[in-house]
Design a protein. Sequence first.
Length: 277
Amino acid sequence: MKIAKSLIVAAVVLAAGLFNSQAQSDNPTVTNVVTVLVTNVVTVTNVVTPPPPAPVVEDAIPKYPWESSITAGLTLTRGNSHTLLYSAVFLTTKKTPDNEYSIGADGAYGSQDSVDNVNNYGGFVQWNHLFSDRFYSYVRGDARRDLIADVDYRFNIGPGAGYYLIKGTNTTLAAEVGAGYQYEHLGDDYNSFMTARAAERFEHKFNDRARLWQTAEYLPQVDKLENYFFNFEIGIETAITKSFSMKTYLDYNYASQPADDRLKNDIKLVSGVSYKF
């Protein structure tokens, strides 16, 4: 654009110069008119130069990233007894205005005097769809394997509904009820049955560096209420840096009808380091 304007001005000035030299001796008035025209052309050319286009700013798109953490714990003793116990927990969550996603996995292995006494792992996935700020529906799936408890596998999947009894900046409390279907290989038996589910989740942030959480879950067999499962967890987390923290939690699992020659309850107290990313 600037080059084109410069060429136009140059052409006008050149033509005016030729015309002016021809007419200068004949008519001074024409010379003045030509000078005025050239000046006006240059002035107009400078005036109409448009400003540079404004930069295009894309609309800001809200982002809802996944928030993830890995926690690892290790216990090792030597002397009168040789004990090894390590555990790992992975958790990732994502929240949007309409949906909440949670995916978790955990595992633990332990031995004493070269004999395995802890060997289990499992995971869960849950999707909440919010109909309002507090009320939501959910679909949840759980999987568990515990070789010491003689549970080759245990799967449970089902829908339900939940409600945030408390939903504040620092404190949340949610209650859930639902149904599910369970498949399991327990000892020598293969079982499948309908289950009900009642659960609650609580979390409180004391400040930016410390929080407390607690969960409880009750799953009875619908047509045989004496067969039920109860899971409870409570823990505290204290930040060390922005990414690292210390976690200590108690995990309690109860099965009213375990495999033959197995105990009904399992208790695990874990202290470890957590990394957030």
